[in-house]
Design a protein around this ligand. Structure first.
Ligand SMILES: [Zn+2]
Length: 474
């Protein structure tokens, strides 16, 4: 029996307006090399100045990850040469990171698993190399943007658990508003380390895997790497400590370089930045920035509202959705109704129009109004679905759509009138119903629906139809 030990190193770009040690804009997608200055380009004689907003965000994440927060956090130089790093060193943290010894709970197959967090530290990002034909171009817009690194302990055992952790962490930082979590654009990046050993024998030889730019690749690469290491051990061979790259086109990991260790970087305390010593007001701000996190919210939704797991999963995926749901409930919509509509028809429309709820034409007022009309019986379910589609298509209020399209439900009186017309027009079917046949009831109901363009309430129609036919028997 073999056991795998997986740890993750996750980097997130913090959503600050400016870079972490200068006032350049921290913005994705701008014209290359326009957001640069002597500080982030590493000119001689310049001095970095710490962006406190980035530090606050770092503390918020560390706090959300249940870390012990540093009362004095220190920056360090990590020395290495690479063309996308104009200073030839990166300002990072080594001895006194923002937070240590935390944990994150993830849900795996319906049970909760706790993964320990080793540390959370703040650093600056590098620039970006762009390879065009046989030339390499460098864009330094990203150099010096704030990057938060989260290092977990090797507590995960499968690609599935690592994928679940990435997804939970991504939701968490989006809830906290500190990162957009976009793995494709690189604002959330992940490296993994994995070792395999005989069960009970502790960690094996660690291999690091890079280039994991989606949570699915994290799972695939780790599952592949675990199998590769198992196969080596079964043959009595040794696993080499190295860094491997995930090749997404071939679904394999490939050797990149043998692993460097910390002393290769010759870390030393950054002489140009004093340690950051947060005061009580700063810690109070950090506390005030915390929100109920997605997993806790899911558990509360399940126990408080009695909705399904699938509905809860849909609602908690985005904070705006969960807020929307709770606001609708606060305004009187039954939780089961709100959840069913949001995770059902609304979800389909959001998907079709590729829009998120808070940017869609379905405002809170419109949703609540539609649910009220439904609950008061002024429209029935099928019409409500049509109205909802029209809200997305035409960006109008439900009441106006119902008015313009003439979709208001028939009154009892109008319904009786149409039912009587249908009964008169189809004497043969009426006779069959009187004889106890069920099929013609559906036919007659269809006729009522056709004459009313679907505005009649189906159950009520059936009721009126049967009572008018049986009433005629006497
Ligand atoms: Zn700059």
């Amino acid at each position: 029996m073999y056991q795998a030990y997986i740890g993750l190193e996750i980097h997130i770009q913090l959503l600050t307006k400016s870079k972490v040690f200068c006032s350049c804009r921290a913005q994705f997608g701008d014209e290359p090399n326009t957001n640069v200055c002597p500080v982030c380009m590493g000119y001689p004689g310049v001095l970095p100045a710490l962006n406190e907003e980035a530090v606050r965000m770092g503390y918020v994440v560390a706090r959300a990850l249940n870390c012990t927060l540093s009362r004095r956090t220190v920056f360090a130089r990590k020395n290495y040469f690479y063309p996308d790093m104009p200073k030839n060193y990166q300002i990072s943290q080594y001895d006194d990171p923002i937070g240590r010894d935390g944990y994150i709970d993830i849900e795996i197959g319906g049970r909760i698993k706790r993964v320990r967090v080793h540390e959370v530290h703040l650093e600056e990002d590098a620039g970006k190399m762009i390879h065009v034909g046989d030339a390499s171009l460098c864009d330094d817009n990203r150099a010096g943007t704030p990057l938060l690194e989260i290092v977990t302990e090797p507590d995960m055992e499968s690609g599935e658990e690592a994928e679940a952790l990435i997804q939970e962490f991504r939701r968490m930082v989006r809830y906290l508003g500190v990162c957009d979590g976009n793995m494709e654009e690189g604002s959330l990046r992940c490296d993994a380390n994995v070792s395999v050993n005989e069960a009970g024998k502790g960690l094996g030889t660690k291999v690091e895997i890079k280039n994991l730019n989606s949570s699915r690749f994290v799972r695939l690469a780790l599952d592949h790497e675990i199998e590769r290491q198992k196969a080596l051990l079964e043959e009595g061979r040794q696993v080499v400590q190295e860094t491997r790259l995930w090749n997404e086109n071939r679904d394999v990991t490939e050797s990149m370089r043998t692993k460097e260790s910390a002393h290769d970087y010759r870390y030393f305390p950054e002489p140009d930045l004093p340690p950051f010593v947060p005061d009580e007001a700063f810690f109070a701000q950090v506390e005030a920035s915390l929100v109920e996190l997605p997993l806790a919210r899911k558990q509360r939704f399940l126990s408080d509202y009695g909705i399904s797991v699938q509905q809860a999963d849909f609602l908690i995926e985005e904070k705006a959705r969960a807020d929307f749901f709770e606001e609708a409930v606060r305004r009187g919509v039954a939780p089961s109704t709100a959840a069913a509509w949001l995770a059902g028809d609304v979800a389909k429309l959001l998907n079709r129009y590729r829009v998120e709820l808070d940017a869609s034409p379905l405002t809170m007022d419109r949703f609540v109004l539609l649910m009220e009309l439904l609950q008061k019986g002024e429209i029935h379910g099928r019409i409500a679905k049509q109205v909802l589609s029209a809200v997305f298509e035409e960006d109008k209020d439900p009441s106006r759509i119902i008015e313009e399209k003439g979709w208001r439900q028939l009154s009892e009186e109008e319904l009786v009138k149409v039912v009587d017309e249908v009964i008169t027009a189809h004497p043969k079917a009426v006779e069959q119903v009187k004889g106890g046949e069920e099929k013609p009831v559906g036919f007659l109901m269809g006729q009522v629906m056709a004459r009313t363009a679907g505005r009649a309430h189906p159950e009520k129609t059936r009721e009126v139809l049967l009572s008018r036919i049986r009433g005629g028997e006497g």
